[in-house]
Design a protein around this ligand. Structure first.
Ligand code: FAD
Ligand code: DLZ
Ligand code: SF4
Length: 525
C-alpha cells in the first residue's frame, strides 16, 4: 500500500522506519526530500513473534506505526506501508526492504540504528551500502558512552548520571552545582504506601478506529498470544502520549519520590509515570519529558526528591543501560555469572501460584502489559535470582510480557540488575531480598498462603529460605564483596541446625517447582 503524494516519480532514497522509531525527528528522515524519497514501514510476522509478545504490545506498536504513517502521508510524504495482512508480505524486515528495492529501485537505503543487536545484524545485510544512522533520540550516543566507559575500571551509573546532569544542565544551579546541594535523594524515596493515601488514576486513551482495527487484526492472527487484549488504553500518537505525560506531572509526580519503591495489590501503577511504552517507541522525547518535570519543580509544583528521582531514571538509568547494552553485546546476552540453570516455572505465565506477591504481579502483567520497577526487580526478578532460573528464560519472559520491552533496555535490567548474571557490571551486589523486604514495601503478604515471618515451617515464606539458600550457595563468590559481608556473617552465625533446616526447605521447594508438583505452584488450581 502506498500513501501520500504521487507514486509514479523516480525514487531517490528509501527510508526505513521501524516500529519503535515513530518519531518525526528520527535520523533516517532528517534530510527527507518530499519529491523523490519513499518511507518504508512494514508490519512483519518475524517482529511480532521473535518472542511471544503480550498482545497489547503488538497492538501498541502496529497502531502507532499506522498513525505515524498517516501523519507522514498528511505532510505529503510518500509512504510504502505494508500491513500484516498484505498477501505479498514476506514476513521479515529484510524481505520487505528487498521487495521495496526491487519495486522502487532507489538510489540508496537509509535506516536508523535499531534497539536490538539481532536487528542490527540483520540490517547490515538488507542492501549493499545501507546507511545506518545513530539514533539521536538518546542523549548519549553509543560512541559517546564508549568514550565515557573507556579506561574506567567500574562503570557505576551514578557517575554517568552526574555527567549527564552537567551536560544537560537539568536540575543544576547557575554555578553548575546540583540543585539542593546533592545529586541523589534516593534514601527519601523508600516509603511504604499507607492505606490512607489516595492514588490518582492513570489517564487512559480509548482506542480510535485505527486502533480498533489493529485490535481485531491481533485477535485474529495471534489466537494463543500472551496477555489480555481487552482494555487497551496506551497512547498511540505523540499528542496522546504528551497528554499522558501531563497527567502524570499534574497528579502523580508529586508522590513519585516518596513512594517510588512501594507496591500495593490494589494499585498497579501507584505514582509511576507509565510513559515507557510511549517513550520507547518514540512518541515522547526523553529530554522534553525531563524539561517538563524540571519545570514542575521550578514552579514549586513538586519537591526536589520527586523531580530528581524521576529525571535520574531517564537521563541516568535509561541512557546508562542502553550504553552498557551496546558496549557489551553480543556477549552480554550470554552471561550467566551465577551458573543459574533452572527452567522458568509455568506460574510466570499463568500466575497460578500460592505466592501472593508473584500472583499479583503476574496477573497484573497479563492484564496490563505493565508492572513498575520494584515489582519487576524485587518480586519476579528477585524470585528468579533466588531460585536460580536460567537468565535466557528470564530474559525471554521480560522481553515478551511488557509493552515497553526492547532488548537494549530489557537485557541489562534483567541479566544485569535483577539476576546479577553479568557478575557485577551494572550493580555492585545482587538485589537479593527475603520476604521481609516485600512485606515492608507492600501489602501482598497480608493475603498470602505463606507466613512471611517464618523461614523453616510448613507455611514458611519461600523467599525467606530461598534467600538464605542463595547466600549459602554463593558464599565463596561473595566472600570478597564488602557489600555482601553482613548477610554472609548473619548466615554463618546462624545455628547449624537452623541452617540445615533452611537448606532442606529450599531444596524441597526447588525440586517440587522443577517437577511441577508444588514449589509455589498453586495448590488450589
Ligand atoms: P517510572 O518509574 O515512572 O520511571 C520513568 C521512566 O524512567 C521510565 O518510563 C523509564 O523510561 C525510565 N526508567 C526507570 N527505571 C529504568 C531502568 N531501570 N532502566 C531503564 N529505564 C528506566 N524498562 C523498559 O523501558 N523496558 C523494559 O523492557 C524493562 N525491563 C525491565 C526488566 C527488569 C527485570 C527490571 C528490573 C526493570 C526493567 N525496566 C524496563 C525498567 C523499569 O522497570 C521500567 O522502565 C519502568 O517500570 C517503566 O514504567 P514507568 O514508565 O511507569 O516508569
Ligand atoms: C515490537 C515490534 C512488533 C511487534 N512489530 C513490528 C513490526 O511489525 N514492524 C516493525 O518494523 N517493528 C516491529 N516491532 C519493533 C521491532 O521489533 C524493533 O524495531 C526491534 O526490536 C528493534 O528495536
Ligand atoms: Fe510473597 Fe512471601 Fe509475602 Fe507470600 S509471604 S506475599 S510469598 S513475600
Amino acid at each position: 500500500m502506498m500513501t501520500g503524494a504521487g507514486t509514479e516519480k523516480p525514487i531517490g532514497t528509501l527510508r526505513v522506519v521501524l516500529g519503535d522509531q515513530v518519531s518525526p525527528g528520527i535520523a533516517s528522515l532528517e534530510d527527507l526530500d518530499l519529491r523523490y524519497d519513499v518511507v518504508l514501514m512494514a508490519e512483519v510476522m518475524d517482529e511480532c513473534t521473535y518472542v511471544p509478545h503480550h498482545l497489547k504490545k503488538i497492538v501498541l506498536v502496529l497502531s502507532a506505526m499506522r498513525h505515524f504513517a498517516r501523519a507522514l502521508a498528511a505532510r505529503g510524504v510518500r509512504v510504502r506501508y505494508v500491513t500484516l495482512d498484505d498477501p505479498d508480505n514476506t514476513g521479515s524486515l529484510r524481505g520487505e526492504v528487498r521487495r521495496a528495492i526491487a519495486a522502487l529501485q532507489p538510489r540508496r537505503v537509509v535506516a536508523t540504528e535499531p534497539g536490538e543487536y539481532r536487528v542490527l545484524q540483520d540490517m547490515l545485510g538488507w542492501a549493499e551500502g545501507v546507511e545506518i544512522r545513530p539514533d539521536t533520540r538518546f542523549l548519549c550516543s553509543i560512541a559517546g558512552f564508549r568514550r565515557w566507559a573507556g579506561g574506567r575500571t567500574g562503570l557505576r551509573m551514578e557517575f554517568f548520571y552526574r555527567e549527564m546532569r552537567r551536560r544537560t544542565g537539568l536540575l543544576m544551579t547557575p554555578d553548575n552545582e546540583p540543585e539542593g546541594g546533592r545529586w541523589n535523594f534516593d534514601h527519601e524515596n523508600r516509603k511504604r504506601l499507607p492505606d490512607s493515601v489516595a492514588v490518582p488514576e492513570v489517564a487512559g486513551f480509548a482506542p480510535d478506529a485505527v486502533t480498533l482495527e489493529v485490535i481485531e487484526l491481533v485477535r485474529r492472527r495471534f489466537t494463543n498470544g500472551f496477555g489480555a487484549l481487552d482494555g487497551f488504553r496506551f497512547p498511540v500518537t505523540a499528542k496522546d502520549a504528551r497528554a499522558g505525560l501531563e497527567d502524570f506531572i499534574a497528579h502523580r509526580l508529586p508522590g513519585f519520590g516518596d513512594w517510588q519503591d512501594a507496591m500495593h495489590s490494589g494499585q498497579p501503577t501507584l505514582f509511576h509515570a507509565v510513559v515507557s511504552p510511549a517513550l520507547n517507541i518514540g512518541l515522547l522525547d526523553p529530554i522534553a519529558v525531563c524539561r517538563a518535570v524540571e519545570a514542575a519543580y521550578r514552579s514549586a509544583h513538586v519537591a526536589l526528591n520527586a523531580a530528581e528521582g524521576f529525571i535520574r531514571q531517564i537521563i541516568g538509568w535509561r541512557e546508562y543501560v542502553r550504553g552498557i547494552y551496546w558496549l557489551r553485546m553480543p556477549e552480554y546476552g550470554t552471561l550467566n555469572a551465577l551458573g543459574a540453570t533452572r527452567a522458568l516455572p509455568e506460574f510466570y505465565w499463568s500466575g497460578r501460584t500460592d505466592m501472593a506477591c508473584i500472583r499479583h504481579v503476574v496477573r497484573q502483567t497479563r492484564r496490563d502489559a505493565y508492572a513498575h520497577h520494584i515489582q519487576r526487580l524485587m518480586v519476579t526478578g528477585n524470585f528468579a535470582l533466588l531460585a536460580g532460573l536460567h537468565p535466557d528464560a528470564v530474559d525471554e519472559w521480560y522481553l515478551s510480557v511488557y509493552a515497553d520491552a526492547y532488548q537494549w533496555v530489557e537485557l541489562p535490567n534483567t541479566r544485569g540488575m535483577a539476576l546479577f548474571a553479568d557478575g557485577g557490571v551494572l550493580g555492585s551486589k545482587p538485589y537479593a531480598a527475603s520476604g521481609a523486604y516485600i512485606n515492608r514495601m507492600s501489602d501482598y503478604c497480608r493475603g498470602c498462603a505463606y507466613d512471611v515471618k517464618d523461614a523453616t515451617g510448613p507455611k514458611a515464606c519461600p523467599f525467606n529460605y530461598l534467600y538464605w539458600d542463595f547466600i549459602a550457595r554463593h558464599a565463596a563468590r561473595f566472600a570478597s564483596n564488602v557489600r555482601m559481608s553482613m548477610p554472609l556473617r548473619n548466615w554463618e552465625r546462624m545455628p547449624a541446625d537452623r541452617r540445615a533446616a533452611i537448606r532442606a526447605r529450599a531444596a524441597e521447594f526447588l525440586a517440587a517447582m522443577e517437577a511441577g508438583t508444588g514449589g509455589g505452584t498453586c495448590s488450589t488450581g
